[in-house]
Design a protein around this ligand. Structure first.
Ligand SMILES: [Zn+2]
Length: 186
C-alpha cells in the first residue's frame, strides 16, 4: 500500500484577520473560505488524500506545521469580494508549485468548471507574505470563486464545485481515482 499524499488546507482569514466583507448580512469571506475548506477537506479525504485542516493558529504556525509534516501541498483558500474569475496562484520561481497549479487549472477547465479560471504568478514576497512565503513545501493560493461575483452560484453548486477541485488536486497525485468522486462531478 502506497503512502498517502498529504495536503494542508488553510481557510484564510478564519481565526486570524477580521475581514468580513459581508455580502448579505449572513455571508462573509471568512465564513465562505471556511465552508469551502471543509467541503474540500472532505472530498480530498474521499479521494484517499490525508488532509490537515488548518483552521487554527496564525498563518506562520500553519506553514510551520505544513513544513514539519512535509505535506505534498499547502493550500491557502480565499474567496475575496472582488470582481474576479477563479484563480490559482503560485510563488514566482517555485516550479513544483507551478506544475501543480497549471495541472489543476487545466483539469478544472476540462471538467467545465462553471467559472473561468486562470493561473497567477505572485511576484513579490509581500504579495504572499501571509499565504505562501516561508513554506518549504509546494503551496498554492486558490480562489474557487469570488464571494462578490459568484455567491449565488456557489450556493447552488457548492458540493459539485468543491468536488471538482478535489478531483483536480487528487488526480495530480493519483492517476486513477475512486469512482465515487467521479460520480459526483459527472
Ligand atoms: Zn481573502
Amino acid at each position: 500500500m502506497a503512502i498517502k499524499k498529504k495536503v494542508a488546507i488553510s481557510p484564510a482569514h478564519y481565526g486570524i484577520t477580521k475581514i468580513d466583507n459581508p455580502i448579505d448580512g449572513i455571508w462573509s469571506e471568512t465564513e465562505s473560505n471556511l465552508l469551502f475548506a471543509l467541503f474540500l477537506t472532505r472530498e480530498l479525504e474521499e479521494a484517499d488524500i490525508k488532509t490537515f485542516f488548518m483552521g487554527y493558529g496564525t498563518y506562520k504556525e500553519r506553514k510551520l506545521f505544513a513544513n514539519a509534516k512535509k505535506v505534498n501541498l499547502y493550500i491557502s483558500i480565499h474567496t475575496d469580494a472582488i470582481d474576479s474569475d477563479a484563480i490559482v496562484a503560485y510563488r514566482s520561481g517555485d516550479e513544483s508549485s507551478y506544475k501543480i497549479a497549471s495541472y489543476i487549472v487545466q483539469t478544472l477547465r476540462k471538467l467545465d468548471y462553471p467559472i473561468p479560471i486562470k493561473i497567477v504568478e505572485r511576484k513579490t514576497e509581500r504579495a504572499d507574505r501571509d499565504n505562501l512565503s516561508g513554506l518549504h513545501v509546494p503551496g498554492i493560493i486558490i480562489m474557487p470563486y469570488s464571494i462578490k461575483k459568484h455567491i449565488s452560484l456557489f450556493r447552488r453548486e457548492a458540493y459539485k464545485m468543491s468536488s471538482m477541485w478535489a478531483y483536480a488536486i487528487a488526480k495530480y497525485y493519483y492517476s486513477s481515482l475512486k469512482k465515487q468522486i467521479n460520480r459526483r462531478i459527472l
